[in-house]
Design a protein around this ligand. Structure first.
Ligand code: COA
Length: 151
């Protein structure tokens, strides 16, 4: 798998980005403020993630997605480690990620990659999304915040 930056002339892979975040408005805001990386296997786009500077010395991993037929094969984990290395090489001290209270595989994955839980943004998904989101039989209401110290 190769990972590269989205070229300014390329259309972002919205179909993929929307799997991680149902709001096109929020995705466009992230793309505007962040850097979008594409993961390719045999010249096919199989994954995407965005790195978004949030505060001085802190960057957030958002919108990480792997094409459904490629999920569960280790690509997501490799992309997370790539994002961590990118953040480190740019001298950020902290990398953050946030996911829904109902996103159980994602909560497992981020912790397996070394992120630690730091807090809960209670009611985040109720405040920012018009439609209800349900996963694993659980309503997605709160954003679990996780971070990793890079210093
Ligand atoms: N309990 C414990 N571990 C679990 C788990 C569970 N319920 N569900 C998944 N995992 C673990 C797997 O065992 C694996 O870890 P391992 O390698 O130590 O066995 C890891 O999570 C999955 O790794 P990987 O195969 O690299 O993930 P992936 O390529 O499927 O990518 C996502 C992960 C989340 C990017 C992908 O599933 C995806 O695109 N989902 C839809 C979009 C999305 O939800 N994005 C995240 C928004 S916060």
């Amino acid at each position: 798998m190769d990972i590269r930056l989205l070229h300014p002339s390329e259309t972002p892979p919205y179909e993929l980005l929307l799997l991680a975040d149902p709001s096109r408005r929020i995705i466009d805001e992230y793309l505007e403020r962040g850097e979008c990386f594409l993961a390719e296997e045999n010249s096919m786009i199989i994954g995407v993630y965005v790195l978004l500077p949030t505060r001085p010395e802190t960057i957030e991993l958002v919108n990480i997605t792997v094409v459904e037929t490629y999920q569960g094969k280790g690509f997501g984990k490799k992309m997370i480690f790539h994002a961590i290395e990118q953040a480190r090489s740019k001298a950020y001290k902290t990398i953050e990620v946030g996911t829904g209270n109902s996103s159980l595989p994602q909560l497992a994955l981020y912790q397996k990659c070394g992120f630690r839980m730091t807090g809960v943004d209670s009611g985040f998904f109720i405040r920012h999304y018009e439609e209800e989101i349900w996963e694993n039989g659980i309503q997605c209401r709160d954003m679990v915040r996780l971070e990793m110290d890079l210093s």
